[in-house]
Design a protein around this ligand. Sequence first.
Ligand code: DC
Length: 234
Amino acid sequence: MNQRRDKGRKPQLIIAIDGPSGAGKSTLSKALATTLGYTNIDTGAMYRAVALLATRQHTALDDSVALQQLCRQMQFEFRRVADSDHVFINGEDVSDAIRTPEVSLLTSKVSACPAVREELVRVQQQMGRLGGVVLEGRDIGTVVFPQAEIKFFLSASAEERGRRRFDELRAKGIDVDLQQTIAEVEARDAADSSREHAPLRRAADAIDIDSTIMDIQQVLALMLETVRARMAQA
Ligand code: DC
């Protein structure tokens, strides 16, 4: 903690936001990081990048040796482009390519591979070690940074999360069906929660927030209140 707090400066905390897909983690993680002047790390984007690259290179998703090799060779980078966070792999902007429903489904499979998780967790720990970061994912508070000063577990009903994903995809011009989108959210929840390695699980010391009937500003205000109280103690 000391090395993460220079005299007179705001404490550089590690903030974890975990929870199922569509609960609002990405939006809130970005908003929280921007408000605090922290770095935002979207760990789901890293698993998505591996899935995209594996598909392009025709790597079998059950070949853990090949997947591990692919992770080691992948140059992964978050860059700010025109005020928004973009994801680059090997110098290519893949921000849109990693968000298609097809890549979402493949990512569930890739993220179940222990060798992939081992590689990406190492990179995430390296990225966040000095603090001043908000990391969002599924295993941040339990595996990546169990010592994080603040852990939020953000959830919402599957129906509400499916509806949000549907609106998001439609806004991008992707033609999807609402019931099918809800079913896909439920299928991914089941896969993410039941996998053997690092399943989606709430850390015992996480703060629960149910965003089903809360808007982004309400959740952000609640999170900021918690962070400021923690900073005052630090
Ligand atoms: O948050 P997201 O929807 O972009 O995540 C994509 C997939 O990656 C999802 O199936 C869960 C998985 N994931 C994971 O297993 N561990 C993380 N830390 C982040 C995402």
